[in-house]
Design a protein around this ligand. Sequence first.
Ligand SMILES: Nc1ncnc2c1ncn2[C@@H]1O[C@H](COP(=O)(O)OP(=O)(O)OP(=O)(O)O)[C@@H](O)[C@H]1O
Ligand SMILES: [Mg+2]
Length: 351
Amino acid sequence: MALLDVRNITIEYKTESGLLRAVDDVSFTLNDGESLGLVGESGCGKTTLAKSIMRLLAKNGRISEGQMIFKGEDLITKSDDDIRRLRLDEIAMVSQSAMNALNPVHTVGKQLIEGIQAHSKASKREAYQRAVDVFRMVGLEAKRLRAYPHQMSGGMKQRAIIAMALTLNPSLIIADEPTTALDVVVQDHILQQIIRLKKEINGAMILITHDISVVSETCDSIIVMYGGKIMEQAPTSVYFRNPTHPYSLGLKNAFPSITEIGEELISIPGTPPDLHQEQPGCRFSARCPFATPKCEAEVPQLEMIGENHRSACHYNDDVERFRAESKKPETWQAVRERIAQAAAKASDLNG
Ligand SMILES: Nc1ncnc2c1ncn2[C@@H]1O[C@H](COP(=O)(O)OP(=O)(O)OP(=O)(O)O)[C@@H](O)[C@H]1O
Ligand SMILES: [Mg+2]
């Protein structure tokens, strides 16, 4: 049985301009000890999906369809008390803004020790010892337990938060851009620590990031989201050798550490779609160099194209040609021109 089995989850936000579908029919499974990278451009629904697992969606958001089975039980129908217990004990979340979650009026150590005691039968002494241990694991000295949050740097606070999240040996760690607010050197260091700790406690992990090169180094499998939908999903080794969806090919071009030496960095022209509007076809079609009228009319299903490898494109069979053409700057330049023409036409119509 999978640790987490996300089945056909759709999540909507109520907004002033109507319903916004941030996550649309997303399914995946995660096994014990496995790490999954969740990537995609800003606004594609990563945080929404992560928060929904913890039942931490904003008030105007709700899961309108699907099931989320964790250790055999549906998280969606659990009581609030049960969910509170699950957080930290079973599922820990480290987010980009986690640093701000520390209470400024108490020392970090007090918060850590109380957290451990609230979730286990540990005595104060045992909780203290555990706090010292995890602080060491994340590279902080024990004396830092006596510090107040304002006495620590951003990187130290972030490590303290990671320590807190991991003290209880959660079976699932959700790390949502855990290092984005930090400088690159600290980022790398902290990420390595999260991965080491994850191994130590044999937890599963969902790592959310903009940076697909991080996923290639740290995750077993990858899910690429776009406009609330999964575009491609694969074991990491397969994905980085054989990216298939045109969106993946575009993302790959945009990352220096992944593109082969000598290849040019090319960004994907245009911006992600407005999720208020129902889109009849593929969400990526407006920015896709290979889009046809069919792509604009029909939503492609996420199709199995290899072992545990799925891609939502009508033209998965043309991937060899797409791979070759996606490496050429002119392929994307044509998209840029197409988008500019469409915008000019739209403003003509409006004016
Ligand atoms: N509370 C909210 N109310 C209304 N819309 C929201 C709310 N939270 C998120 N959204 C919208 O839902 C969509 C998905 O947002 P989400 O934060 O999940 O994206 P993301 O992939 O995590 O982006 P980023 O990489 O920038 O963190 C976006 O269009 C966003 O504007
Ligand atoms: Mg986010």
